[in-house]
Write a protein that binds this ligand. Sequence first.
Ligand code: FHN
Length: 431
Amino acid sequence: MLAVLFALCVSLALAQDYIQPVPDYTPSSQNIAERNKFQNMKFGLFIHWGIYSVLGDGEWVMRVKNIPYNNYKRLADFFNPQEFDAKEWVQLAKNAGMKYITITSRHHDGFSMFNTAATSYNIVDATPYHKDPLMELALECAKEGIELHFYYSLLDWGRQDYGFGKPIVNHEPQNADWNSYIKFMKTQLTELITKYPNITGIWFDGHWERQNVNWHYDEIYSLIHKLSPKVLVGNNHHLAPFRGEDFQMFEKDLPGENTTGFSGQSKIGALPLETCETINNSWGFNINDNHYKSVKQIIHYLVNAAGRNANFLLNVGPMPNGKIQPEFTDTLGKVGEWMKKYGESIYDTRGNIIAPQPWGVVTQKMDTLYVHILNGLKEQYVFIPDVKRKILKARLFGHSSELKFKQQPEGVFVYLPNITLDNIDTIIQLQ
Ligand code: FHN
């Protein structure tokens, strides 16, 4: 984690005002429909899984532990996830109330977790497993109605043509082969989009490592949209969106906040939003990390994101045998129970209708406002400012009896005498 922050600080400090070439872009009607669907899904499972999981020390282990690339590559020999079961992962996501999965197809270590002809450094050719788990996952997702996005790292610590650590001159690394690297990425992205059924998103990461190289987004984004107009392009560059992107993501912070230092320059744009966070403190499997978030913390993150009009992408790092540890599956199951009961106030809603309040947030679907009281109240009423439309009815979610309320030009007071607030979320429905 420290290494990530360090890398980010260095890269931000070195950032120049280089303007990336981006495509002329008018999203197709399929793309607009997919964006809408994406916003309706609200909750997704992020998966960081690669040969690094063998060491149980996170996905940055090669850099953090200074492992030479050629030594690190040997991990492929031990990566044999015999217990991997795509059905189990998809059911886990479904039972948690998640509607999509975003999985690492290739992280910064450059190892491809899918069957690719572009490099033999991939799970089918380089590990004793010899199978393609991403294909199994894609088929299972398609069968179960779960959408699948691929995380794809722009940064590569090992390839010669990327030239990690080489000086950048004229927006290209020196003593590397930048054109070859761009071509390599285009080949892999073509494989991911054309060979795997029903892929609806590419999640780029690593731009921040080289802000002043020419990433050829004009070619890359156009290629993706040409191959499949419905595939949503997002890039975790921690900046305002570039033209050609279809959603904007935030890392370890809600949109508009910057408690972890990733979002200092992430100006919120007009695209659908997503924020990602881990279930403990690590993205990839970390055997030492017991900082498990509670069910309440996760539900609060989800509700707070929805109230700010963002999806929540919650990460787990599966173990090298292909299993997801019980601490995670247990929490996800409990989050799913909550979603079964209260999901109506989250799915298909939109947020940012009313600014977040000290007590919580508001989501909206058609004529209903869902008032989420997350943080307790000082008084026996809740005041919801800026409610423009006439309120006809107020009631506690799941109850038929009506609550007293008073609507004034500045907002609505809903009275809650003798009501014990829920420890997680008290939801009031305003019609
Ligand atoms: O360096 C990566 C990190 O390993 C992880 O993938 C996260 C997920 O948002 N993104 C990068 C840091 O911004």
